[in-house]
Design a protein around this ligand. Structure first.
Ligand SMILES: [Zn+2]
Length: 274
């Protein structure tokens, strides 16, 4: 039974389950920037490995970013032409808003990175962001329609996702549309970018940005299967969807879901720490 979440400095930092004495993940706090940077980079790499496990790669497309804790105007991201499954601590890249590499030996995909930099620059409170060209996300995004509230999982995006219209679909998609995405994202967790793909953001961690991306792709898959079946789904009421968002769709729950993936990936892919 979930007890309560204590918010500290806008970050959910302590979670108290009604299971005293038993192991239950909690978001750590840090005494130094170095320790927090190490944690953010490790979880960023794990998020990329998770994207590989889910088949979210498409050539060099797709980027994940997390702000540096000490220099929040800079972002850690994946290196150009390195498969998500081969990203590791030592080949992460630190870049600025303009796409200049500040630290690291690899280049980045600047045309794609501007999508991230436009969002990060417009929203200083967005800590992390994920974007990829996934099969089901791209398919559903082509409709230009939001998700229906067909399930508890879909409700994690209730009033919390935006559909950004047809500025996409051309060459250099991201560079042309970063500003329009940034203008419309607002407080939303996710964007369905028509004729392009999905993106998710977090004001807290790369963990929950990555998990909600995985969840969003799955919601798009479910929505497509419902549409293809021809059945008319019963939708959640606004009240139920709102309740579900609050209780099973908050940022901490996203972080918590991701710990399952983090534990599995770090146990089976120790080279991510190289
Ligand atoms: Zn893209």
């Amino acid at each position: 039974m979930l007890d309560k979440v204590i918010k500290n400095d806008n970050r959910v930092s302590i979670y108290q389950p009604e299971q005293p004495g038993l192991i239950f993940p909690q978001i750590p706090t840090f005494d130094t920037f170095e320790a927090e940077r190490e944690y953010r980079k490790q979880h960023l790499v794990a998020a990329m490995r998770a994207f590989a496990l889910h088949g979210f790669d498409y050539g060099f497309a797709g980027h994940l970013t997390v702000r540096d804790p000490e220099r929040p105007e800079l972002y850690w991201t994946n290196p150009m032409c390195i498969h998500f499954s081969q990203v590791k601590m030592s080949n992460l890249v630190l870049a600025d808003h303009a796409g200049n590499v500040v630290e690291g030996t690899h280049a980045i995909n600047r045309a794609g990175f501007v999508l991230h930099s436009a969002v990060h620059e417009a929203y200083p409170d967005i800590v992390a962001m994920c974007h990829a060209h996934t099969v089901h996300g791209t398919a559903w995004c082509s409709t230009g329609k939001p998700l229906d509230m067909v399930s508890q999982d879909a409700a994690c995006f209730y009033g919390n996702h935006a559909v950004v219209g047809a500025s996409a679909g051309a060459v250099a998609v991201e560079s042309n549309s970063g500003l329009s995405v940034a203008a419309q994202i607002g407080k939303n967790r996710a964007v369905l970018h028509q004729n392009h793909g999905l993106l998710t953001t977090s004001r807290h961690s790369i963990d929950d940005a990555a998990f909600w991306f995985i969840a969003l792709e799955r919601c798009c898959q479910v929505q497509l299967q419902i549409e293809a079946s021809g059945v008319k789904p019963q939708l959640l009421s606004d009240e139920t969807a709102s309740y579900s968002l609050k209780h099973v769709g908050n940022d901490f729950i996203g972080w918590l879901h991701f710990q399952t993936l983090y534990n599995q990936i770090t146990a089976t892919q120790p080279d991510m720490f190289d």
